[in-house]
Design a protein around this ligand. Structure first.
Ligand SMILES: Nc1ncnc2c1ncn2[C@@H]1O[C@H](COP(=O)(O)OP(=O)(O)O)[C@@H](O)[C@H]1O
Ligand SMILES: [Mg+2]
Length: 262
């Protein structure tokens, strides 16, 4: 081979959207995530399920650059994610809706949404207007309440606003941390309908959930995280039929909740 042959560039067309290899994250001496590997292909919904304390939020925080990785590699479309922290990752197209839903309580619904578009701040206001219209189509309730203060919204409306705000940034990968947490079954159903709709629109989603039943129903592929380690993975439909998953994560209690939501 000629020494002038160009080094092959990372092939963004064939590389997974997100590739995480052997990622370990610790709080002081305590490791909360150990050698976790996972991928998300463009257009997929991938879910990470697991009990409380398994390391799910830690994984998302490390992907978002909120927590440093002790070890491992994170690539977006074949390119390493820099250590530039949160801003750099937002600029690369990552968005996280955290468990807390972190809204600006004393600002209106519309102003919260507009803040979500800050990665396009140098573009004309028409981008914002267009994105805002799309979010309102997805969440008519937010449009009805556009002037209302975020603090006065119900739990479900807050989750919709947090989702809508993340979408204003047109993320390449939308990461959701337990979007169903603390919501009534009917609202949970709405939220998962929206997640399905987003996938039909081509949004790639990494969904972290304790609600394994709902998550496995909506996802293409799934990973099970226990004590910081990936212990199972596969197509979501296969995991939903796996006796170990049925016994541990899809027990009677969740079936009861399912019935309430039906
Ligand atoms: N800020 C922190 N300091 C120390 N330990 C933490 C911190 N946040 C989480 N942990 C620990 O890390 C582990 C994983 O937590 P977390 O990622 O929040 O789990 P999950 O989101 O799956 O419930 C747990 O043992 C938790 O106690
Ligand atoms: Mg969590």
């Amino acid at each position: 081979m000629s020494e002038h042959a160009p080094t092959p560039a990372p092939n963004a067309a064939t590389a997974p959207l997100l590739e995480v290899q052997n990622l370990s994250v610790a709080y002081g001496k305590i490791e909360a995530l150990t050698q976790a590997s996972l991928t998300v292909q463009a257009g997929e919904i991938v879910t990470v399920i697991g009990p409380n304390g398994a390391g799910k939020s830690t994984l998302l925080a490390a992907l978002m650059g909120v927590l440093p990785a002790r070890q491992g590699r994170i690539q977006l479309q074949g390119e390493a994610l820099s250590d530039g922290g949160v801003n750099a990752r937002v600029a690369r197209g990552l968005a996280l809706v955290p468990e807390t839903r972190a809204l600006f309580a004393s600002m209106s619904v519309e102003d919260n949404l507009r803040l979500g578009a800050f990665r396009f701040r140098r573009e004309a206001g028409s981008h914002h207007q267009h994105a805002l219209q799309e979010v309102f189509e997805l969440f008519p309730r937010l449009q009805e309440r556009r002037s209302q203060l975020a603090a006065t919204l119900s739990g479900g409306e807050r989750q919709m606003l947090a989702l809508g705000r993340a979408l204003m940034g047109r993320p390449r990968l939308l990461m959701l941390d337990e979007p169903s947490l603390g919501l009534a079954p009917l609202i949970v159903r709405d939220i998962f309908r929206i997640i399905e709709q987003l996938r039909r629109q081509g949004v790639s989603i990494l969904l972290v959930e304790q609600n394994a039943r709902a998550a496995l129903k909506v996802a293409d592929r799934a990973y099970v995280l226990e004590l910081g380690r990936v212990v199972m993975q596969g197509p979501a439909a296969e995991l939903a039929d796996d006796p170990r998953i049925v016994e541990t994560y899809l027990g009677l209690h969740s079936r009861h909740q399912d019935k309430l939501a039906a």
